[in-house]
Design a protein around this ligand. Structure first.
Ligand SMILES: C[S@@+](CC[C@H](N)C(=O)[O-])C[C@H]1O[C@@H](n2cnc3c(N)ncnc32)[C@H](O)[C@@H]1O
Length: 661
């Protein structure tokens, strides 16, 4: 568990020194939540352990409390719930962001001893309903203080989430309810007082964890994981009704509330899974899922209880939809699977439907960076030669990233020795598509670069064939000059991408001094470019993609584990490309790489090497001799197509893939 160095910025404002009182701790399951699966965790984890292959990533996409995700702590987790009050708890429990536990403890100690005597949103709207007036005042005060500290940067996002989680758990513990907030018990005594505890997240969290807060049907289109766990609401009870008060405290937007229970407008939070749209929503969800295994919890109260508790999706619909996706088995709580055809599946209340998904053909997407020698055109020939199961794929010379982004693997590590490129990829991943697009837009506006997608070519006085060189030259050179002196950071990275878009052939070229020096090009940020960029960033946000910047010689050949594939697409010794200029790749580099591949082979790590054996009458003899001991696959592609400098387009190069499996 990463815990940050204790920050010095903390300064208590409520009282100078809180008396020493031992603080209580709280865990993910110390909360009441309708349909939570805490008690079913052994059933769930054993079903997965016994029936699924290696699982390195798990998405809990109707996560509720996050209990199921917590059972897979250590693996890469994706959590999602459309309730913000659940999402904020997921950030607390699973976010990889470091935090100061000492800071959390001191703030909680202060909150617990603070005497709050003035009214606020909570006491004005909820005094003596779910909580006493005093506790309402305290809840409102604490919630306000958390926001204030975040706005002053005294706490980070994770610390904010941990404090809100602590408050929500504490409030729920003393709430005058029978577990949900549809109503409170009239005339009840408010015996217990609010006491915050320190949340203790699970140990050994994965640095790739992502927490989301959106409609699941939209989310699944962007994510992939080995295992996707689905636990939707199964009857007409809306969670946004049952937990409106916790949602209100978590969001802290202080909306007007109505009725005895003080509910705000929740129209946007109603779930289709609680209505007669449930079966259609489920079918759409499953169709869009990208996973090796789907595990579904669905209660079988269909037509058994009262109308409110009747299941919204029939077993027939569940089986039909899941069977379209792959092989389905049903497990009951006593862990005994039986085949889908048998009729006794609705004897039990708790069931798990496990679907082993048919491998899905992923759409091949194109890198938003037009790298010389990029492998996009060869992908349909290369990908089928990769092994079926790849846990970690290393794209050692990733360049434009066309191969890594299109491969089916549990994790993809993109490596390149160009730090500018790796920083750019990290910016894409960290900023997300929306922010990247708006930053590019700001840059285009600031420098007055063309927008042919909006205005057409005629507007700029040029025909499509001649391109936009003339009108973009001046602003491009100004942007280039500013970029070369700009301090490192997200702004500089997006300046670089904008430069690449407007540069000659979209080339990424730096001189000896490290200055970007490609000249202006003919095109701009047109709809095609925009679509490529968006698809690329979307895919990055939905999987385990990492970026490293090393010379290939520094690559640790002992790092890849079983089921890895190290893919190498180095500069080619006998063809000319931008990265070969200034003596970037020579015979020694070639020999060093081949030695590295031999070392991998000795360790039984799979590799695949792309290269060119002969081109324009030249043969790479070093490669030819070495490759003899492995399997050489000849691909059918003319290298002339992708290399601007190759004048003789009729010359066909012998593109090969050398593999050791
Ligand atoms: C049965 S509960 C999940 C319980 C969870 N497995 C646990 O152990 O705590 C269903 C969850 O789905 C969420 N939900 C309902 N519809 C959703 C949607 N369309 N998108 C995202 N989350 C949704 C609800 O807020 C609720 O937390």
């Amino acid at each position: 568990m990463p815990v940050a160095e204790e920050a010095n910025v903390y300064a208590p404002t409520m009282r100078e020194a809180a008396p020493e009182k031992p603080l209580k701790t709280t865990y993910i399951n110390n909360r009441r939540y309708l349909g939570n699966k805490y008690k079913l965790l052994p059933f769930i984890t054993e079903t997965v352990a016994e029936n699924c292959g290696r699982v390195t990533s798990v998405a809990d996409i109707f996560a509720g409390t996050g209990a199921v995700a917590s059972a897979f702590a250590g693996k890469r987790l994706i959590t999602n719930d459309h309730l913000y009050s659940n999402y904020i708890c997921h950030l607390a429990w699973f976010s990889p962001q470091a935090y100061s536990q000492a800071k959390i403890k001191r703030l909680i100690a202060d909150y617990n001893t603070a005497a709050v005597t003035t009214d606020n949103y909570m006491s004005e709207n909820f005094a003596d309903t779910f909580f006493s007036r005093a506790d309402c005042r305290k809840i409102g005060f604490v919630r306000e203080d958390i926001e204030l500290r975040r706005s002053r940067d005294e706490i980070n996002e994770r610390e904010r989430a941990l404090l809100i989680t602590s408050l929500l758990y504490a409030a729920d513990k003393i709430a005058n309810t029978c577990g949900h907030y549809d109503a409170f018990r009239q005339g009840a005594e408010f015996g217990r007082q609010l006491e915050l505890s320190v949340p203790l997240p699970p140990e050994g969290l994965n640095s790739g964890n992502v927490c989301c807060n959106e409609d699941t049907n939209a989310l699944v289109k962007r994510i992939s994981a080995d295992l996707i766990y689905i636990d939707p609401p199964y009857n007409s009870r809306q969670y946004c009704d049952a937990y409106h008060l916790l949602e209100n405290i978590a969001r802290w937007e202080k909306p007007a509330v109505r009725g005895t229970a003080g509910k705000p407008d929740r129209t946007a939070l109603k779930s289709d899974y609680c209505t007669n749209k449930a079966a259609a929503a489920f079918a759409d969800l499953i169709r869009n899922i990208n996973a090796r295994y789907i595990l579904l919890s669905y209660n079988n109260m269909a037509q058994k209880g009262n109308d409110r508790s009747n299941a919204k999706i029939s077993d027939e619909d569940i089986m039909r939809v899941l069977s379209d996706k792959g092989d389905v088995r049903v497990f009951t709580q006593d862990y005994k699977p039986f085949s889908a055809g048998k009729s006794d599946i609705d004897k039990h209340e708790e069931r798990l439907f496990l679907c082993v998904c048919k491998p899905k053909e992923r759409e091949i997407i194109r890198s938003p960076l037009n790298y010389t020698g990029g492998k996009f055109k060869l992908l349909p020939q290369i990908l089928p030669h990769f092994p079926e199961r790849i846990d970690t794929f290393v794209d050692l010379f990733c360049g434009g990233g066309n191969v890594g982004i299109n491969v089916n693997a549990g994790r993809v590590v993109f490596n390149d020795n160009n730090p500018q490129l790796i920083r750019l990829y990290n910016a894409f991943r960290d900023l997300g598509g929306k922010r990247v697009l708006s930053m590019i837009d700001e840059t285009i506006t600031k420098y007055g670069l063309s927008r042919s997608a909006e205005h057409g070519y005629d507007f700029y006085g040029c025909k499509s064939s001649a391109g936009l060189c003339d009108c973009n030259r001046e602003p491009f050179l100004k942007l280039r000059a500013d970029f070369n002196v700009e301090n490192e950071g997200p702004v500089r990275r997006i300046m670089l991408y904008t430069l690449i878009v407007y540069a000659f052939n979209n080339q990424i070229r730096f001189n000896n001094k490290g200055e970007f020096n490609s000249p202006v090009g003919k095109r701009d940020f047109n709809n095609r470019m925009k679509a490529k960029l968006t698809a690329f960033i979307d895919r990055l946000s939905g999987g385990d993609y990492r970026f490293t910047c090393h010379d290939f010689r520094e690559f640790d050949t002992t790092a890849p584990a079983e089921n890895s594939l190290v893919y190498c697409d180095p500069p080619y010794l006998i063809t000319c490309a931008t990265y070969n200029e200034q003596g970037g790749w020579n015979e020694q580099s070639e020999r060093d790489l081949l030695a590295l591949l031999d070392a991998l082979n000795e360790r039984r790590i799979r590799f695949a090497l792309s290269n060119v054996l002969t081109s324009k009458g030249r043969t790479n003899t070093v490669l030819a001799e070495w490759a003899d001991k492995y399997r050489v696959i000849h691909l059918n592609h003319s290298y002339g197509n992708s290399n601007y400098h190759t004048k003789d387009k009729s010359d066909s190069a012998d593109e090969i893939l050398v593999v050791n499996y």
